[in-house]
Design a protein around this ligand. Sequence first.
Ligand code: PLP
Length: 449
Amino acid sequence: MPTTLEAKTPRLVTALPGPNAKRVLEQDAKFMSPSYTRDYPLVAKRGHGAIVEDVDGNAFLDFAAGIAVCSTGHCHPKVVAAIQKQAAELIHMSGTDFYYESMPQLAERLALTMPGSEAKKMFFTNSGTEAVEGAMKLARYATKRDKMIAFYGCFHGRSMGALSLTASKSTQRKGFGALLSGIEHIPYPYAYRCAHGHTAETCGAEILEQLEGQIFKRLFDPEDVAGIIIEPIQGEGGYVVAPNFFLQELQRICRQHGIMLIVDEVQSGMGRTGKWWAHEFAGIEPDILCSAKGIASGMPLGAIVAKESVMRWKPGSHGTTFGGNPVCIAAALATMELIDNEYKENARRMGEYLFARMAQWTKNYKIVGDVRGRGLMIGIEIVRDQRTKEKAADLRNAIVDLAFHKGLLLLGAGENTLRLSPPLLIDEEQADFALHTLEECFRETEKKI
Ligand SMILES: Cc1ncc(COP(=O)(O)O)c(C=O)c1O
């Protein structure tokens, strides 16, 4: 009999939340910031692969991966060994003021994943937010301009600069006063809800017209725009995929006006889509890329990757105490090797497997409006009525909760979308469990409406 963690599928042994979980929830309610957004009472104790065990011994199948972070699964032995070895040798030095050999090693490794022939330079951060914040500073510095264009629905982080680019949910901005000026948001190409009736390949032509014909003529002279930042696949916004032509056209517009094209691949990168980066599907070559989340399997690391011709800021113009800490870098080097050798290909293969099985869902379930994504970045949009496409946030939330009680960990994205972002190592048995559980949840939810 396998132990709970060795099992590949869930095993629930108490009612949820169990007695130990209840104790933690009480303490948490007393001491923790109420700004956190917990959807259900999972109190994690340990994890292995795609399985998470809670404080009461219940084992769950994790299709959330700590918000798309645990790319190589929980506590992969090779990542753990790399962290332990590095922690025993050198924990911190600060790459801002000193050198250590793993830092340029990881930078070289990351550069190899980037398309295009131009050399790349890196700056390591502690988070996705910091990568975005630094990317915006870099775009301003490199162009000597200060305006930015971003997209509705995109999430780029919560520091004042990154939050000014974020236009995901108004609660994320409400109460914090004036943000950065000089930022305009334009619609994101959202094929399922395309106002012009376009397909997933053609949606967005009117948005580009608006950018060139309205924004650049009436608001910002393009010669004043430092950067356009976009998630090639919206994460928090609902796992919406930008069409290839749209990204290609953005690149053309950026090149025409000397604007930095910044791709935020904090969520969509590191092999999750079956390629290192989601923007590779469009064959573009961004000027600046932001990475974090899956890069170090859960250790706090982010990266700004830029063309060498762009990252030419002077010593002292940007820095960090912790960013690119040796332990995080060791985890990232081990993570990248695993993704390269196995998990990128597995994400592609398992993505195909899941999409093939989900192909009929919009026909079989009246609350499933759309199934979309790439690789293991999959969004399922829940609607009250397929014809009107009325968003059903309450039903989506009910499904997330129901799935938890059946042992499957999910997160929502956007107003009414289920997000599937499992570790990149899942196998067919685990995919089958998730599919079967989701179908059960759909059937039970449909019976109640
Ligand atoms: C696309 C994207 N950019 C930036 C961030 C911010 O990253 P972090 O939470 O690591 O600061 C996130 C986090 O969800 C994200 O999904």
